[in-house]
Design a protein around this ligand. Structure first.
Ligand SMILES: [Zn+2]
Length: 442
């Protein structure tokens, strides 16, 4: 009779035996990086890997997503997704960046796909699914990075998508309706003084509201007749200063971040600037703080326009929600990680001020999104490089596969208990109503 521990070690051995295939897939995706909602070649690579394993799948979900399904052998009740993100970022200075687009996988999403497929290979090669009371969904998802806003706004206008991010889009299309909980990993940097990789269990991250700000003044000769113009650049500077004047009211516990850029500052130096544009995120660790800071930042930005008699349009875009990792999933992943790489190489992270659209998913189902220390250089940096291949491509897959077995072995009692004790932060309808509430203009 097969025990849970025996099954776990068989799956881990099956993943290790596939090391070359897994590494090849990661490197193959690395060589052809594609930005969000454009990941057609990457999606094909996922489809080819599913075909080779005989895994049925659906494709072109939210344009490029690919969703497989492994059936559990026992009365199948619960479904656990293993998520891999398809998209790259822009990092034209990286030596391996795409010559045409400047895209590069400096956020390591290619390793997420490799680990997702490694879990799939391990479960299939070992025959483990026969012992599990539940399904596993390897899910390659588009567009985690919140970038190319103009391009994605065009897709929205064309009716091809409704949201800037891949997971909000997939949630709104019902593609997570048949999933009960989700696991995914993300690579992270290892400091130069440390020789080996690590696994950091994630707790929380910031969420954010996207902001497009347009100050409109009146053009006039900048030297001969400034009194006849309205200076939109001065309005923008007053707006930013207004925000700086309220920064002291943001509380440390809320980790508020406002980091605007000016994407258009005027047209000609001898004409009073009349069309000035800013972009920013308003980030915070929790939704009430996000909404509160966003309202007050909008007020300060509007005051800049009032000061000089300009007009201003502040457009809020649904950003990403804060990530709340599920503690039960975290505990299982941590135990399995400690078993694989030793307690001294596994720890629990503090709050992080970046953001991910997995935060959105974490509001409607249990999610865990640990960080895998396996690269040198910075995330999104030109010096990004994987230095610990086992930690980047093999260990996370083993850790996730072991956790799936913990949850679904025999009669899936642990998965049932986890869900019985779980209260989602929002229902799917509440979530959709909430993010749609940001699609306004003030
Ligand atoms: Zn990333």
């Amino acid at each position: 009779m097969m025990t849970k521990e025996q099954l776990k070690s068989q799956v881990c051995a099956a993943i290790a035996a596939r090391k070359n295939d897994i590494k090849q897939l990661a490197e193959n995706i690395w060589r052809e990086p594609e930005l969000g909602f454009k990941e057609t070649k990457t999606a094909q690579k996922v489809e080819q890997a599913f075909d080779a394993l005989g895994v049925p799948y659906r494709n072109k979900l939210a344009l490029t997503g690919v969703k497989g399904r492994l059936k559990g052998g026992k009365a199948s009740k619960r479904t656990i997704a293993v998520i891999g993100e398809l998209d790259a970022i822009l990092c034209a200075e990286h030596p391996d960046a795409d010559d045409q687009t400047g895209a590069a996988h400096c956020c390591g999403h290619n390793a997420q796909i490799a680990n997702m497929m490694a879990v799939t290979m391990g479960l299939i090669d070992s025959g483990a699914m026969a012992y599990l009371a539940g399904d596993v969904v390897p899910f390659a998802v588009p567009a985690e990075e919140y970038v190319e806003l103009a391009y994605r706004n065009k897709l929205i206008e064309q009716g091809k998508i409704s949201f800037i991010g891949g997971k909000p889009e997939l949630i709104s299309r019902g593609e997570f309706d048949d999933i009960d909980m989700a696991l995914q990993i993300h690579l992270t940097s290892v400091k130069p003084e440390r020789d080996n990789g690590f696994i950091e269990i994630s707790t929380t991250t910031n969420g954010f509201v996207g902001k497009l700000i347009n100050y409109k003044g009146k053009p006039s000769h900048a030297a001969a007749a400034p009194h006849l113009g309205v200076n939109a650049l001065n309005a923008a500077m007053m707006g930013i200063m207004g925000v700086n004047a309220i920064r002291e009211t943001f509380q440390e516990k809320d980790y508020v971040r406002f980091h605007p850029i000016i994407t258009q500052g005027g047209d000609l130096v001898n004409v009073t600037p009349s069309d000035v544009r800013l972009e920013s995120y308003v980030r915070a660790s929790n939704v009430p703080a996000m909404i509160d800071a966003n309202e007050r930042i909008t007020r300060a930005l509007v005051a800049g326009a009032m000061a000089v008699g300009a007009d201003v349009e502040v457009k809020d875009l649904p950003g990403y929600l804060p990530l709340y990792n599920n503690s039960s999933l975290n505990n299982l992943l941590q135990q399995n990680a400690e078993h694989l790489i030793g307690e001294e190489n596994v720890w629990v992270a503090k709050h992080m001020t970046g953001s991910t659209d997995t935060g959105d998913l974490s509001h409607i189902m249990p999610v865990s999104h640990p960080w895998i220390g396996s690269i040198r250089g910075g995330l999104h940096g030109k010096d990004y490089t994987v230095f610990d291949e086992d930690m980047a491509y093999i260990r996370p897959a083993q850790m996730m596969a072991m956790t799936i077995i913990d949850l679904l072995f025999d009669d899936a009692q642990p998965a049932e208990e986890l869900l019985a004790n779980y209260q989602p932060l929002m229902s799917k309808d509440e979530y959709l109503a909430f993010i749609n509430s940001f699609k306004n203009a003030s």
